[in-house]
Design a binder for this molecule. Sequence first.
Ligand SMILES: Cc1ncc(COP(=O)(O)O)c(C=O)c1O
Length: 439
Amino acid sequence: MKNTPINYNIVNQKIKESNLQSVGRASIRMIKKLVDDIENATGERYIRMEMGIPGFPPLKIGIEAEKKALDAGVPAIYPDIFGIPQLKREIKRFVKLFLNLDISAESCIPTVGSMQGSYAAFLTLNRMYPEREGTLFIDPGFPVHKQQIRTMGQEYMSFDVYNYRGDKLKEKVESYLSTGKVSTILYSNPNNPSWICFTENELKIIGDLANKYNVIVIEDLAYFGMDFRKDYSVPGQPPYQPTVAKYTGNYVLLISSSKVFSYAGQRIGMMVISDKVFETRAPGLLRYYQYDTVGRAMIFGTVYSLSSGTAHTPQFALAAILKAVNNGEFNLLDQVKEYGRKAKIMKKMFTDNGFKIVYDKDEDQPIADGFYFTFSYPGMNAEELLHELLYYGISAISLLITGSERTEGIRACVSLVRRGQFSDLEFRLKRFHADHPIS
Ligand SMILES: Cc1ncc(COP(=O)(O)O)c(C=O)c1O
């Protein structure tokens, strides 16, 4: 039996019981279950970095607004499928104040989490033109998006952006768009899992190509404003959260309230459709909808049939949160900046012990410290590393499930790691390093 920080035999036994063919290829939820089982069996606490869930309590402003709405009897009433007016108004203001975009309130639609926003966007936008097939993912990315595409029987293409940063992005993206098969492009920015952020140059390349090939960009802003190298939190003042919308009218923005407002449980997000896309007519839609305009097909065809709108009281919560943020009464990023501070400390612990950061640059700049980072260990592939780290009380996920071609890479999420665990993390990494000398 090996002497590892977590009992070697118990870890082995739990891996065996999990029936996973490979820990390194397991989904996030499967890793979570396995680590829960090991923790229960050993009584030891892991450094849990596998799940991307908020590490803060939900915003009080939201809870208070929701309580009021509950007491007022709002749950008895079906919400309008396009959203309650005060929320639509505040989304419109938010988009103006933090992205510097002019958009009509009609095009601002609450969704059941950003996940429903992407589902609705794929479902509607990938059906506009019969000769096109689906979405181009600029990876690495969030695996569930591809799962969504598969559940609809749609097609997708994807590539790992690692080797195509900066000007090289143009030729690569164009090679897909010029096939004539792509309806939409999706990426997240800041990126889950790698925390890279596209530069203005790269966003312009994507926007210009979207114009040239008449493709719609679904920009996933799940980590809105959380590139802490710049302060995007002052309403109505630059710098603004970077967006492709500066360069093209062909966009749909997905803004989640899960991370930035720690409101994941209420499943409420925002879909912002550009006025141009909202009004676009596409006869291909008539194969599935009564309407050939995107906005109407999206709302009265897709959102209606998916869930008949978004739960009523969370809409009051989000409206209240946005109002406070828009009015400058509450700083959107104050709380979540702690993710960046923790990432900085944790990344150093990893690199001091032989680990490398995998996605480490935005063009020539070091990437930001934020919700996620990626790492590797010399001489090990991701599968081996993830497996081996389990004996050291560290859990994360492999980049293999994210469309990354970096077969050595692991994603770490900092949100659930408490500062009180930093000494454990450091001790375990040191042990790992000592037990796995780098040749
Ligand atoms: C890139 C990305 N998009 C979307 C989501 C889902 O957001 P929501 O909770 O609003 O559905 C997540 C959540 O982790 C994410 O990382």
